[in-house]
Design a protein around this ligand. Structure first.
Ligand code: G4P
Length: 527
């Protein structure tokens, strides 16, 4: 029994690929996701995801604010099967107003697909998300999109990726022409040419060739483009990085694919290569050491809590990443922080916007648990034992606002709301050392709107937020802290645990403070 359970888990783990797509808004993430889901048969019609993005939501069970803004406040999970693989795509909000949720969701992924617009190159939100993935050392695959449009030269893009993100890249395919002249791509691994049919985007021809000097290419692409292709590929062969699986696995080298998501060009080859090269669910570090996915005991951790999916019922959903073992509906597990056993009876799996009850699930899968208020972000669940997964990272807030309550009589509810909502971990709370004023810090503006909404909806409190001009928070560790040193373009505050934090208005102020306090350490997050 025991041996076969381990074998079963191993088989399921081998099949799974859990990843997130990271990009700047408008790079084409919704379009790419939709094409991937179409290949996987998870949706039948083109436009379904797009429609979902445009009209969130006809159904009543999403947060009011999502409907008002027409964007996704929270991330969801999409699952499909392809070529014997079970694929979990973690969706991260593509809007500018991303939040800590977006960052935390990345901790549940085993790899990431970085989507870049061929004309715009590496954009700000991509940089932030890349850094979170890079810190964890997870493999990052790059898809350069919109090849049907005029863009930067592939060499310039590779150079930009290295300069801005500090990662070297290895092109897996190479464009033949671009924009209106796009002929196709040359697949460097398989030595084949994929033809782009500009008139009728639905047909894509794949021609096997000997190598890039094969006369077939000249016949298809003409002299000018073929000469260019040969020159480029010769240069890459000599001066470019070789594909190195180990380096990719360690996140030191990113395989690059060129294509056009909206035309479905290069997407299928990308998917097939990606599934082959991307890692299966990996082990996780915990308080009792490394937990391998094939461990027979079920374990997992909550990486995100979505409140008010159904405002009528005020239910919350805790998103759990399974780290080891097999999940069975109705099983009892230990809620480690609370120190008690709980029964997991109504778990859900997510596909686009539909929710399905799940009977069993394996490492790499994400399940949604109904949460009557017992979960916090970072909570670990374990079968037959106690362990805690290493705490989820916190991120340095970049946007700040002073908060006050409109009706002083509601002060008690206001305090309760602040305590509970900041406990969830998406908003950080600070108090000024002089007047005991409350300042909130977030990484995305939308979090303030959600906070304001929830204070009203869940605690019946109207609040006022006054935006502050601070841009950075740094936790100071020093033997002796002299508040008088943090007056110019900065403020000394305390966090929830009474740690000293300085809020700076600009980088200059921050650098000056560091120079003036050479013995102090300035940390981006709480020590
Ligand atoms: P996002 O989720 O990353 O924000 O991007 P989304 O997929 O919504 O794509 C942003 C825009 O880029 C869309 O155009 C989409 O059609 C377009 N797009 C995506 N992939 C490609 C591509 O390969 N080539 C070209 N030329 N365009 C692409 P839109 O005008 O905002 O919307 P729509 O009216 O086309 O739906």
């Amino acid at each position: 029994m025991s041996v076969s359970l381990r074998d079963e888990i191993q088989k399921e783990v081998d099949k799974r690929r859990t990843f997130a797509i990271i990009s700047h808004p408008d790079a084409g993430k919704t379009t790419l996701t939709e094409k991937l889901l179409l290949f996987g048969g998870a949706i039948r019609e083109a436009g379904s995801v797009k429609a979902r993005k445009a009209s969130r939501h006809a159904t009543s069970d999403w947060m009011e604010i999502e409907k008002q803004r027409g964007i996704s406040v929270t991330s969801s999970v999409m699952q499909f099967d392809y070529n014997g693989h079970r694929v979990n795509i973690l969706d991260t909000p593509g809007h500018q107003d991303f939040s800590e949720d977006t960052y935390r969701t990345l901790t549940a992924a085993d790899s990431a697909v970085m989507l870049i617009d061929v004309a715009k190159g590496v954009e700000p939100q991509t940089i932030k998300l890349f850094q979170v993935c890079s810190k964890r050392g997870i493999p990052i695959f790059t898809f350069i999109n919109k090849l049907d449009r005029e863009g930067q030269s592939p060499f310039d893009l590779m150079e930009e990726i290295e300069r801005v993100l500090g990662i070297r890249s290895v092109p897996m395919n190479w464009p033949i022409g671009m924009g209106r002249d796009l002929c196709g791509v040359y697949d460097r691994m398989k030595n084949q040419v994929e033809l782009f049919n500009g008139k009728d985007h639905s047909t894509i021809e794949v021609r096997k060739v000997e190598d890039y000097n094969d006369p077939i290419i000249r016949e298809m692409a003409g002299d000018y483009m073929t000469d260019q292709l040969i020159a480029d590929l010769e240069l890459l062969d000599v001066a470019g990085d070789q594909f190195d699986f180990e380096k990719v696995s360690r996140g030191e080298l990113t395989p690059v694919f060129f294509g056009s998501a909206v035309n479905n060009f290069g997407v299928q080859t990308f998917l097939e290569n990606f599934l082959q090269l991307a890692p299966k669910p990996t082990s996780r570090e915990s308080s009792v050491g490394t937990i391998e996915p094939t461990n027979e005991k079920f374990t997992g951790y909550v990486f995100k809590i979505q409140a008010n999916m159904n405002p009528a019922h005020r239910d919350r959903i805790a998103f759990l990443r399974i780290c080891s073992g097999r999940f069975d509906r109705g099983m009892s597990v230990k809620h480690v922080r609370a120190g008690k056993d709980i029964k997991l009876s109504q778990p859900q799996q997510f596909l686009a916007q539909d929710r399905d009850i799940v009977e069993s699930a394996y490492p790499g899968d994400i399940i949604g648990l109904f949460d009557p208020g017992i979960f916090r972000i970072g909570d670990s669940l374990a079968q037959g034992g106690s362990l805690e997964f290493n705490e989820l990272p916190t991120f340095s807030p970049e946007i700040f606002a002073k908060v006050t309550v409109k009706n002083a009589l509601k002060h008690k509810q206001y305090q309760k709301g602040i305590d509970q909502l900041t406990e969830e971990g998406t908003i950080q709370v600070f108090r000024t050392t002089s007047f005991e004023e409350t300042i909130l810090g977030v990484v995305g503006q939308l979090q303030f709107e959600v906070f304001e909404y929830r204070m009203r909806a869940e605690y019946g409190v109207e609040i006022q937020l006054h935006r502050q001009t601070y841009q950075f928070a740094r936790w100071i560790v020093d033997d002796k802290i002299d508040p008088s040193k943090f007056r110019i373009n900065s403020t000394l505050v305390k966090d929830k645990k009474d740690n000293y934090v300085v809020l700076f208005e600009n980088e200059y102020a921050m650098r000056t403070a560091m120079e003036k306090n050479p013995t102090a350490k300035f940390l981006e997050t709480a020590p």
